[in-house]
Design a protein around this ligand. Structure first.
Ligand SMILES: [Fe+2]
Ligand SMILES: [Fe+2]
Length: 193
């Protein structure tokens, strides 16, 4: 028995489709340049023109982390005087984690061929979050919650700005963002109890 088959329909190419152009081909010229520009280390031709902007963003984050370390340390030692050892210890744990963030940011800046800015005289003005020397425990927790929320917002914005321009930096910022969200959550809990 003969089955009737529908005549093959001719597919018309999409307007932006160029049948002659091969797709998903590597840029051989860029690979050749990658063999040569050894001074650039991890930064290869595909990185694009964003290196300086990304280093600038990372230095803003580095300044923020360093100010957070100083604020949490100040709070740790003075909260001990207020007979709040549990909260004081929490402040020290956060100080250590912010210092870890600062180290990872500085490491990435150097990997990108930039200069990590640890200059103390301009630290506060370059930081997104504020220093705080409140004497009262409740005020300390509130200042830390504000700072953590500022950190969360700034990392979220940075991740959006970097997008696919630098996947390694984006991953680093996403990991730090998750820690900052946890910090904000902990400070909110402390403020409520
Ligand atoms: Fe941090
Ligand atoms: Fe934090």
């Amino acid at each position: 028995m003969l089955t009737k088959t529908a005549p093959a329909r001719k597919r018309s190419p999409a307007p932006d489709e160029d049948a002659a152009a091969p797709s998903l081909m590597l840029d051989e010229a860029a690979l050749a340049r990658a063999r040569e520009q050894l001074d650039d280390g991890a930064v290869t031709p595909g990185f694009g023109p964003w290196r300086d902007d990304i280093v600038r963003l990372l230095n803003g984050a580095l300044a923020t982390e360093l100010v957070c370390v100083l604020r949490y340390k100040r709070h740790h030692f003075t909260a001990h005087g207020l007979a709040s050892p549990a909260i004081a210890d929490e402040f020290m744990v956060h100080a250590g984690e912010e210092a870890g963030h600062a180290d990872r940011l500085a490491e990435r800046i150097v990997q990108l061929g930039g200069e990590p800015d640890f200059c103390p005289s301009t630290l506060v003005e370059r930081s997104h979050a504020d220093y705080d020397d409140s004497a009262d425990l409740q005020a300390m927790v509130r200042a830390n919650l504000v700072a953590e929320r500022v950190a969360v917002e700034s990392y979220r914005q940075m991740i959006g700005l970097i997008g696919d321009k630098d996947p390694t930096t984006r991953r680093l910022l996403e990991q730090i963002l998750a820690d900052e969200e946890e910090h904000a959550d902990e400070m909110k809990d402390l403020l409520e109890h």
